[in-house]
Design a protein around this ligand. Structure first.
Ligand SMILES: Nc1nc2c(c(=O)[nH]1)N[C@H]1C(S)=C(S)[C@@H](COP(=O)(O)OP(=O)(O)OC[C@H]3O[C@@H](n4cnc5c(=O)[nH]c(N)nc54)[C@H](O)[C@@H]3O)O[C@H]1N2
Ligand SMILES: Nc1nc2c(c(=O)[nH]1)N[C@H]1C(S)=C(S)[C@@H](COP(=O)(O)OP(=O)(O)OC[C@H]3O[C@@H](n4cnc5c(=O)[nH]c(N)nc54)[C@H](O)[C@@H]3O)O[C@H]1N2
Ligand code: SF4
Ligand SMILES: [Mo]
Length: 723
């Protein structure tokens, strides 16, 4: 198979006693190619070099990527298992003692069995994440259902990609984050990007976005804040948080009114146009302006540009998805592409910027509450039968479907769930309504946390298991394009740490379920099982091999047999993955956010990210450069609003919502709507903005409303500036 056309090998200076290992960054869905520098005398990772031969980033990296290697041999690494004997210290970093693997694993299995004997199999739960390889994500689903035999498993992607997944499944019948490869983005004529701070969150996408404008194309951005992306836009649609569905319906209204629709495409390849056309009739620019706060003229111009563009890509990110109507927002924006026929061909389509490194692959192989490998569904009896048969377990042994991540916390509080196995996530920072989440972890009879640093969540555990990092293991991830790529082990497992797959297989054996796991000796064995299991599912990896990934610089799924190359562009044959192969244009009535501002809470609080930190911050708050660049969370307030409250830059104020209150230092910034305030969420404990956020869930995706709730600022008299 030919190498990708971007392939270009650039020689590196390699120092004596050093080797370079070609791999990918651990953080975001861009999965930038990079090389780790390894000191071969000590077998230690000591640095990083860019890698030009990966077509997505072409050698570019962001501040997190260039310092990612510093995680690996960091002094905070947990070296051996930790056991807490005194449960009264739960919720603190104190009271742990070091233990051997045998002692820790035996204790876990003893407690799991005791609890299951007393309260039934489903008393155990697994809470997982997608900063792990496909191999680990797949095995975690099997571990929960076959080794622990519980129905309760869900993962942090519930807070990340779940609305994109639900919206794409409904509209297109398939949940692959992008219908085009990233190398198409710079070649299109118009980008319509909603709710993405790409310059900070997917920075190595920016050169492609700028190229569209440099070639005379257009950039339209919908965001309540004037992010660096919005600042460069031809049109910035500065909407109120939580009002995207009105904007999407307004765009569709204008595209129809202006005749910018593709009637043949609508007739031959879609359903639902008439109902949608009827519904959007009332979404005139004036009405949409009233709801969103955007000038009607800007909406008219944006629709005209998108409508006229020969090729266009609609893109979005968590700004539109992390709402209690995130799924509808995704389908609403996807409607723009469907009515104009700007999908299913090169340079046109829809794409969500996938968040976590393996946010795409990690949601395909069965660690969601309602899903089995190959993107099979637990409510489909045929799918359940197929998977049970392949795993070699009786069909009646297959657990039922469980509940979503946030809903698991309620079950912990009411004691339906008494034990939790947490890996690759830090929910006591990242889940909404923290008071509730922390109470849930405290109320567990037994909790295990697998991490390489003692996270805020590990502080609630009875046993902490030290895992090896991304740089100490082989495996694959699937990047934001749907391209399956290889990560390579660059050094041995740190101290006594073990990879997640090793730990799960050991626990399975001790639970008496070893026969289903013992044949898996390494990531390659697990990948082999994963790809066989995926055959015939929507996310079909059966034709993907490690060798093919190397040869082609990644393989796009679906890839249904070893002789095909994979599928960089979806729907080139205009066949969607729905039952009748037609896409669904969705008629979506507008509804406001679950909590609207009122006299008591007059502001809209939205939350998100900064370029220097990653998610719960457990990995980045320890890296000296990143910490120095952005040490503490700041509350972004518009100058007019600051004046109204009589508060100054750097002053510490109280930010309050119906869930709680937190003190923040104020950053006065004109690049935000006056009715909106913003706080990044990368900090825990008493600084966590998730003490304030609203857990109202989207009815389809069960995504919480991280992006819009009502808030008030209280000036703290007598508190010194600079806190
Ligand atoms: N530096 C950095 N990069 C990351 C991450 C990180 O933690 N740090 N995390 C990765 C992950 S897992 C994810 S999910 C992605 C997230 O990437 P993004 O979604 O780009 O990041 P956010 O900051 O969550 O939110 C994006 C934007 O949504 C806007 N917004 C808020 N409310 C609304 C609204 O109602 N409508 C619209 N249209 N916009 C709104 C915010 O102002 C913000 O600019 O980033 C990935 N990359
Ligand atoms: N207010 C607010 N809250 C949000 C969001 C928001 O925009 N606003 N965004 C949400 C989004 S999009 C996301 S993705 C979530 C993320 O939320 P979390 O899942 O809590 O985020 P991480 O910080 O990635 O947590 C991963 C943990 O696992 C560890 N880890 C990393 N790799 C591995 C591994 O291979 N194995 C194991 N066992 N551990 C590993 C890390 O050290 C870290 O402690 O937060 C959500 N929460
Ligand atoms: S853009 Fe994402 S993948 Fe690339 S270096 Fe930065 S964090 Fe890593
Ligand atoms: Mo995410």
């Amino acid at each position: 198979m030919p190498k990708d056309k971007f392939f270009k090998e650039i020689p590196n200076v390699v120092h004596p006693n050093e080797k370079l290992v070609s791999t990918h960054c651990s953080y975001c869905g861009m999965q930038c190619g990079m090389k780790l520098r390894v000191d071969t005398t000590q077998n230690k990772i000591i640095g990083v070099e860019p890698r030009y031969d990966f077509p997505v980033n072409l050698g570019k990296m962001c501040p997190k990527g260039v310092t990612a290697y510093q995680q690996v041999n960091h002094p905070d690494r947990i070296e051996r298992p930790l056991i807490r004997d005194d449960a009264s210290l739960k919720g603190t970093p104190d009271g742990f003692r070091e233990a051997s693997w045998d002692e820790a694993l035996d204790l876990i299995v003893k407690r799991f069995k005791e609890l299951q004997d007393k309260y039934g199999k489903d008393t155990l739960s697994v809470y997982s994440g997608v900063s792990m390889t496909n191999e680990k994500c797949y095995l975690t689903g099997k571990f929960a259902r076959v080794a622990l035999q519980t129905r309760y498993i869900d993962y942090n992607g519930r807070f990340c990609m779940s609305s994109a997944a639900a919206g794409f499944n409904r509209s297109l019948g398939i949940d692959r984050g992008s219908t085009v490869p990233w190398t198409d983005i710079n070649q299109t004529d118009c980008l319509f990007i909603a709710g993405s701070n790409a310059a900070e969150c997917h920075p190595t996408s920016m050169f492609r976005i700028w190229e569209v404008q440099n070639r005379g194309g257009y950039l339209i951005v919908a965001d309540p804040r004037e992010t660096p992306l919005a600042r460069r836009a031809d049109i910035h649609l500065d909407l109120r948080p939580g009002t995207d569905l009105a904007l999407a319906n307004g765009m569709v209204h204008l595209l129809i009114k202006n005749g910018h629709i593709d009637e043949a495409f609508i007739r031959n390849h879609t359903n639902g146009f008439e109902d949608t056309a009827e519904l959007v009739k009332e979404f005139t620019p004036e009405y949409v302006s009233e709801i969103t706060g955007i000038d009607a003229d800007k909406i008219i111009r944006a629709a005209d540009i998108y409508g006229r563009a020969p090729e266009a890509i609609v893109m979005f990110c968590r700004g539109v998805e992390q709402q209690s109507k995130g799924t509808d927002n995704v389908s609403g924006y996807t409607n723009m592409a469907l009515i104009t026929g700007k999908i299913g061909r090169p340079k046109s389509g829809v794409a969500t910027f996938t968040g976590q490194g393996n946010g795409q692959g990690g949601r395909e192989h069965g660690q969601k509450a309602d899903q089995l490998p190959g993107y099979r569904k637990m409510d489909n009896p045929d799918h359940v039968r197929e998977v049970a048969c392949m795993w070699g377990i009786p069909e009646e042994e297959m657990p039922q479907k469980g509940v979503s991540a946030y809903e698991m916390f309620q079950l912990m509080i009411d004691k339906t769930i008494r034990a939790n196995y947490l890996l690759c996530s830090n929910p006591t920072v990242s889940a909404p309504n923290q008071h509730h989440v922390r109470e849930a972890f405290k109320s567990l009879d037994f909790m295990v946390c697998c991490d390489f640093y003692l996270s805020e969540s590990a502080e609630y555990a009875d046993v902490v298991l030290p895992v090896s990092t991304w740089a100490e293991d082989d495996g694959t991830t699937t990047n934001l394009e749907g391209r399956v790529i290889r990560h390579r082990q660059a050094q041995d497992w740190y101290a006594e740490s073990k990879p997640d797959w090793w730990i799960q297989i050991e626990i399975a054996k001790r639970m008496g379920r070893g026969q289903y796991f013992e044949h898996l000796k390494n990531p390659a064995d697990i990948f082999d099982e994963l790809r066989r299991m995926s055959k015939g599912g929507t996310a079909d990896y059966s034709g993907i091999t490690y060798e093919k990934i190397d040869e082609q610089n990644g393989v796009f799924w679906p890839c249904t047999d070893e002789n095909t190359q994979g599928t960089p562009h979806l729907f080139l044959d205009k066949k969607f993955y729905t039952k009748d192969q037609r896409a669904l244009i969705c008629a979506l009535p507008y509804r406001p956010p679950a909590e609207e501002p009122d006299a008591e809470y007059p502001l809209r609080l939205t939350t998100g990210r900064v370029v220097f930190h990653y998610l719960s911050g457990n990995q980045t708050r320890r890296i000296p450069f990143l910490k120095a660049m952005y040490p503490d969370p700041l509350l972004e307030v518009h100058p007019e609003t600051a004046k109204q409250y009589g508060i100054e830059h750097d002053e510490v104020v109280l930010l309050k919502t119906r869930r709680g209150e937190v003190r923040y230092k104020v950053k006065i910034i004109a690049a935000i709507r006056p009715d909106t305030v913003f706080v990044p969420y990368h900090w825990g404990k008493e600084e966590s903005v998730n003490l304030l956020t609203n857990p109202a869930l989207d009815p389809y995706s069960r995504m919480p409303e991280f992006k819009a709730c009502a808030a008030q600022i209280i000036k703290l008299e007598g508190v010194l500036h600079n806190g």
